[in-house]
Design a protein. Structure first.
Length: 78
């Protein structure tokens, strides 16, 4: 893609991207911490925990995208 090409992004689209990024990041971080505690590794979060949590969070993000749910609504539903 030509990096010099100008593109306009709708405000609502940009806001949605911010919500999705926050939802994904929050879920990965919380999931990795939860997995670390459950694994008994004294709460040390590893890359493996983040990878597994990201795989799980992808499903939540997909559901939020399909349902059009905001990050706050998705976190309350979880």
């Amino acid at each position: 893609m030509n990096e010099k090409m100008e593109v306009c992004v709708e405000v609502e689209a940009a806001k949605a991207l911010v919500r999705w990024k926050a939802l994904f990041g929050d879920e990965v971080a919380a999931g990795a911490r939860r997995l670390a505690v459950e694994s008994g590794e004294r709460g040390a979060v590893t890359l493996a925990h983040y990878r597994r949590a990201a795989q799980i969070a992808v499903h939540s993000l997909s559901a939020a995208l399909l349902q059009g749910v905001s990050s706050g609504d998705a976190q309350e539903a979880a």
